[in-house]
Design a protein around this ligand. Structure first.
Ligand SMILES: CCCCCCCCCCCCC/C=C/C(=O)SCCNC(=O)CCNC(=O)[C@H](O)C(C)(C)COP(=O)(O)OP(=O)(O)OC[C@H]1O[C@@H](n2cnc3c(N)ncnc32)[C@H](O)[C@@H]1OP(=O)(O)O
Length: 725
């Protein structure tokens, strides 16, 4: 770890070095400070360039140091030292300048960026605000409105957009450091006043107070429950209302407050959990370290339904040439139009951001009816609808056509990977890749490891996730895998609560107030109630296969609610039919309105089934819906379907709209306290013995009996003998 300087003509070049991302640890800050002081004091130096080692400027403050007590020299004073320098300082930005890294660059008098570099202030994603002057300098450079959008979302901005916004002075295609040195030489001796951002006025829209009030309302709505986006608006208010130095105090105060909250701890946990799940290990000893992913130069997607289209789009966005196959001309025409329209939208989005090169860098898409075209692809992703017989037929076919080295993936949300693998000539190269809709936007990829799947296949699928900009989470093969297995119980619990007297909108509101992106009833209406109905009909839970005489509200010894089936029988499929749990302005409408028809229907249903209703509190809604999900999470761990609680949390944070500021369901359980979760589950199971999913899992009980250990120790209490991974 070092920040060393060399002098090129009269320009000192200071290199920040702290692999892998040059995070600004105490030691690095100290080293940079020393180097800057030396350069300022050196008569031979007339200008300074600051760069990051190994093609990365800096990913910001070292997050790993956040929880440590010892602290080095503050980043803020280093940045002030740079800005106050009488010798011009140029930031040469390659790779990333994020958080404290961008704040440091904003302290420099000039910024040059490589075209592929990204800048951003993502502190909000860690439950914090920029606090090293970033929220005060940026609005002085690019204005309140653009700063607001950047700091409340934490989005990363590519160099060309940064140039358009005015964050950087120049974008170069190569030799960023040399260009920075040239610029530094050119500006030697020029006045620096207008380049010292802290001395400039904030660029405000007219009536800035009203603008900020409105922003606060919007941000509250958009990031329901999250504290840091609100603090971001507050820090901008301080930038507007207070002189720079006073603003700095406020920035620090807000940071200090957020720094002690549960939310920031949860978000930091979520950040590291996302990185942790990439480091998969199997009980056999195979792991991300030892397995070698194979190159993916070309791909094919089979089926151009909703999922297939967006998977093709996702591959094209990742610049992977893709062949899209459909079974007949009509489906191919419909599918190809849909894909082209998705790609057009992506191009438009990128062009609006100033990425003119994007159009040319999409992977080419070829549409075909001919399986023969798949002969040479490296990977095939089957994305036809959930029908085992059809999927097997396709896999049998692929087995005979594709080159022996080709990997065969299935996009299924819960079917048996081994059954599909068994009909191929390469079961070790078959793997589940469960995408989430829309696949070109959602970050999660559940990578499902079958009994035969080789470690090379796993590492290739995990590499694919990374190439697509997604978080891949390795899970075992069981019905519905991890995400949907937990989700089914959560949704079922919500329906039971409606039977017991609650209303869909009350349940949705309670869970949305908790922070979930969408409550279960709005979610069911959006996804389409007919999908679950079809699946339940196929397995005989309802419909003609249901044995005559089966009690309406019981399957085996378990409670069952036929409510969703009855809604479907009445043609209420959700948004697509204009009616479901809610009513909509029209078929395909999105505006969910409570439906008086449903209230009457529910009263009648409760009367027919002789149900005693009770007042369901918000607390009961949250606890029953979430704890049943969490309980299943413990069972998933016990069954060896996920290797640790982090995997479940990453799945929920990235695929199910779980509020990241609670860390994920398992982290949330650890904060509530496992003894509390256990006691509540025992209470609810006692009151509802016909819902066995409320019966506390033995792993939860074990952890409580071991004294409620912290989440990071849970894995060590799991036996590997039952691992499905
Ligand atoms: C009592 C309170 C005190 C009050 C004091 C008040 C005064 C306050 C003043 C100071 C305030 C400081 C303000 C600054 C805050 C920040 O800067 S917060 C950090 C902001 N930065 C980020 O959030 C960046 C996060 N990182 C990323 O987005 C990505 O990692 C990347 C940089 C884009 C690289 O991506 P990729 O190539 O895909 O690699 P990854 O796998 O993600 O990461 C590689 C490894 O690097 C680790 N890492 C990444 N960023 C950091 C970081 N900032 N700190 C530490 N470590 C980081 C990551 O964990 C990976 O590690 P391994 O898994 O071990 O390989």
């Amino acid at each position: 770890m070092a920040a060393f300087s060399y002098i090129c003509d009269s320009v000192a070049v200071i290199t920040m070095s702290n692999p892998p991302v040059n995070a600004l640890s105490s030691a690095l800050i100290r080293a940079v400070q020393k180097a800057v002081e030396e350069a300022i004091g050196d008569f031979a130096v007339e200008a300074i360039v600051i760069r990051g080692d190994k093609g990365k400027f800096s990913a910001g403050a070292d997050i790993r140091e956040f929880n440590r007590l010892e602290r080095g020299p503050p980043l803020v004073s280093l940045i002030d030292l740079i800005e106050d320098s009488k010798k011009p300082v140029v930031a040469a930005i390659e790779g990333v300048a994020l958080g404290g890294g961008l704040e440091l660059a904003l302290g420099c008098h000039y910024r040059i960026a490589h075209a592929q570099a990204y800048v951003g202030l993502p502190e909000v994603l860690l439950g914090l605000v920029p606090a090293a002057g970033g929220a005060l300098r940026l609005p002085r450079l690019i204005g309140i409105s653009a700063t607001l959008s950047m700091i409340t979302t934490g989005k990363y901005v590519q160099a060309r957009e940064a140039l358009k916004l005015g964050i950087v002075d120049k974008v170069v295609g190569e030799n960023t450091v040399d260009e920075a040195i040239q610029l530094a030489k050119k500006v030697i001796g020029q006045p620096l006043g207008s380049r010292q951002l802290s001395t400039l006025p904030v660029q405000c829209p007219p009536n800035v107070e009203a603008f900020l009030d409105e922003a606060m309302v919007k941000v509250k709505k958009q990031f329901r429950g999250a504290q840091s986006p609100l603090a971001c608006v507050e820090v901008l208010r301080a930038a507007v209302q207070l002189p720079y130095l006073e603003g700095k105090k406020k920035e620090r105060e807000l940071f200090q407050f957020l720094y002690t909250t549960d939310q920031t701890r949860a978000q930091q946990y979520a950040f590291f959990a996302e990185r942790e799940v990439a480091k998969w290990t199997l009980p056999s000893g195979a792991s991300w370290k030892t397995a070698s992913p194979q190159p993916i130069r070309t791909a094919a997607v089979i089926g151009l339904g909703t999922m297939g289209r967006s998977i093709v789009t996702s591959l094209a966005k990742a610049k992977i040439p893709v062949i899209a196959l459909e079974q007949d001309k009509k489906q191919l025409d419909i599918g190809s139009k849909a894909v082209m329209s998705l790609l057009d939208r992506e191009i438009l989005k990128m062009e609006q951001l100033g990425h003119t090169e994007f159009t040319n860098s999409l992977g080419p898409v070829q549409f075909t009816l001919d399986y023969g075209k798949l002969r040479d692809v490296d990977i095939v992703i089957e994305a036809v609808f959930e029908n085992m017989a059809l999927k097997k037929e396709i896999f049998r076919h692929l087995s005979g056509i594709c080159k022996p080295e080709a990997f065969l993936c299935t996009n299924t949300s819960g079917l048996d990977i081994d059954e599909m693998a068994s009909v191929t000539n390469r079961p070790q190269m078959v793997i589940g890749t469960h995408f989430f809709s829309p696949a070109h936007i959602m970050k999660l990829l559940e990578v499902v490891h079958g009994h035969y799947t080789s470690s090379t296949t796993i590492s290739t699928a995990m590499r694919l996730a990374k190439m697509l900009g997604k978080v891949g989470v390795l899970v075992g093969n069981c019905p519905s895998f991890v995400g949907n297995r937990l989700m089914r119980l959560y949704v079922e619990q919500a329906v039971f609560l409606v039977e017991e007297g609650s209303k869909p909108e009350e349940i949705d509101r309670a869970l949305e107030d908790f922070g979930l992106a969408m409550g279960p009833f709005r979610m069911m209406d959006l996804a389409g109630l007919d999908i679950g109905w079809k699946a339940r009909t196929e397995i005989g839970l309802t419909g003609p296969k249901l044995p005559i005489g089966t009690p309406a509200r019981q399957r085996g010894s378990k409670r069952y609610s036929p409510l969703p089936d009855i809604l479907c029988e009445k043609g209420r499929f959700g948004q697509k039919s204009g009616q479901g749990w809610y009513k909509y302005e029209k078929s395909g409408g999105r505006n969910a309105m409570p439906d008086p028809w449903l209230y009457n229907f529910l009263s009648e249903y409760q009367r027919i089934h002789n149900l005693k209703t009770h007042y369901v509190t918000q607390e009961e809604i949250i606890e029953r819906c979430l704890y049943v999900l969490i309980n299943e999470g413990f069972k998933v761990l016990e069954d060896g379907i996920a290797s640790g609680p982090e995997d479940i949390d990453v799945i929920y944070n990235n695929g199910y709209g779980w509020p990241k500021y609670t860390g994920g369901p398992m982290y949330y359980a650890s904060i509530v306290g496992l003894p509390v979760v256990l006691t509540k589950l025992e209470k609810y199971y006692g009151a509802n013995p016909d819902i066995p999913d409320l019966k506390p899992s033995s792993f939860l009980k074990k952890l409580v009996s071991k004294g409620n250990p912290p989440l990071k120790e849970w894995r060590s209490h799991l036996g590997f003998q039952s691992s499905m991974l």
